[in-house]
Design a protein around this ligand. Structure first.
Ligand SMILES: *Cc1c(COP(=O)(O)O)cnc(C)c1O
Length: 398
């Protein structure tokens, strides 16, 4: 017996999806199986930093697939060694553990912090995280997240996470005890609606964690790999965290993530961590191409320019239609709508062939490819302009 009658029904329904199936992507555009084209400002959820199916990534994957898919994580492979070295060279960290998803990388960061506590801090294991934070969908990362909707789910949660408030140092300080081993945060809270930690708060956190001998963990799964205009967001605050996680953009569209640690924090012993596909050459080959491209000064500079253009166009749009502020950095921006019209705008934009995200009822989030063009930004703004003008006219009539 099968309950599946429509092709959509054979997949577990984990979220509401529009009734279209995508078959092709190129740069900033996607096509569905009816041949309709969409301008994509979601890009796999801030994943496709070079756009859809970038030729350089496709070629690296094809070449690596013919050479070696995976030898087993019990052996070194040349590609993961090269990518680890490149990540270390471009960051303040000394060692890397590769993972297959952001949640898995964060799960590793949590384990690494607990290991550090076991070795150096009398078994301290508590990690201070933040209200509104998002770290993934495994049990431990859901527990670390400060997402209200997660609270009643899958009880009992993993214990040992205490929630402070973003940009409120006293709220962090109050939670520090003998049991605390680390503070973990997203430098910009992405899933909860693009809420940035200030650079000053990040510097204060570094000073506080240093004072108490705590590890500072940056979840840069959304903010890393050039998304906010620097290769890694921590560079904006000119501080060095002890641990960082990367995901999303690092694979340019394929499942790759990484856990990075300084020499001091990198304390796993044999048997503590592993995984069948971790560091496989196929995904690392994509990661190498992405890092080579995104770490170039020219590339980052044009991403910064695109971000500034998008920001100013959004501000003008907001002024025309009486909406709220633009927040975020680089190409991770949100527009405050002041009204709970996000879902309606997203649905109308979808009809018009533009893919947008509303992380909260009263906000839109923009996470285009890092090589998005001004023309593409203008096309998206024009689409929103038309929709908002219609909505404004409807409101005036009503
Ligand atoms: C997306 C995201 C995650 C989870 O990554 P997955 O690859 O979906 O497991 C964790 N932290 C942040 C900040 C994210 O944006």
């Amino acid at each position: 017996m099968t309950i599946a009658t429509h092709p959509f029904d054979a997949l577990m329904e984990i979220t509401a999806r529009p009734p279209a199936a995508f078959v092709k992507g190129e740069g900033s555009y996607l096509w569905d199986d009816a041949g309709k084209r969409y301008l994509d400002f979601i890009q796999g959820w801030a994943v496709n930093c070079l756009g859809h199916s970038p030729p350089a990534v496709a070629e690296a994957l094809a070449a690596q697939a013919k050479l070696l898919l995976t030898p087993s994580p019990a052996y070194y492979n040349a590609v993961s060694l090269k990518l680890a070295k490149a990540l270390v060279d471009h960051s303040c960290f000394d060692q890397v553990f590769f993972a297959n998803s952001g949640a898995e990388a964060n799960e590793g960061a949590i384990k690494l912090a607990r290991k550090y506590g076991a070795l150096h801090k009398n078994g301290a294991y508590e990690i201070i995280t933040f209200e509104g934070g998002f770290h993934g969908r495994t049990l431990a990362t859901m527990s670390a997240s400060g997402k209200k909707a997660f609270e009643p789910l899958f009880e009992p949660k993993v214990s040992g996470f205490r929630k402070a408030r973003l940009n409120d140092l006293a709220s962090v300080k109050r939670l520090i005890s003998d049991q605390t081993v680390a503070v973990m945060l997203e430098p910009i809270q992405g899933e909860s609606g693009v809420w940035p930690a200030t650079d000053q708060f990040l510097r204060q956190l570094r000073a506080l964690t240093d004072t108490y001998g705590l590890l500072l963990i940056f979840d840069e799964i959304q903010t890393g790999m050039g998304r906010t205009g620097k290769l890694f967001h921590y560079e904006h605050a000119a501080i060095a965290p002890d641990i960082m996680t990367l995901g999303k953009g690092i694979g340019g569209g394929v499942p790759l993530a990484a856990l990075l640690a300084t020499e001091k924090a990198s304390c796993f012993e044999h048997g503590d961590q592993g995984g069948t596909f971790n560091g496989n050459p196929l995904m690392c080959a994509a990661g190498l191409v992405v890092l080579e491209r995104v770490s170039q000064g020219e590339f980052l500079k044009s991403a910064v320019d695109a971000g500034l253009f998008l920001e100013s166009e959004l501000q003008k749009l907001s002024a025309r239609h009486g909406l709220g502020d633009v927040r975020g950095r680089g190409l991770l921006l949100a527009l405050d709508l002041k009204l709970p019209i996000g879902a309606s705008l997203v649905a109308q934009a979808f009809e018009a062939g533009v893919l947008l995200n509303s992380p909260q009822p009263d906000a839109l989030r923009f996470m285009p490819a890092l090589n998005v063009t001004r023309e593409e930004i203008s096309e998206m703004i024009h689409c929103l302009d038309v929709i908002l003008t219609k909505a404004g006219a409807a409101r005036r009539v009503a």
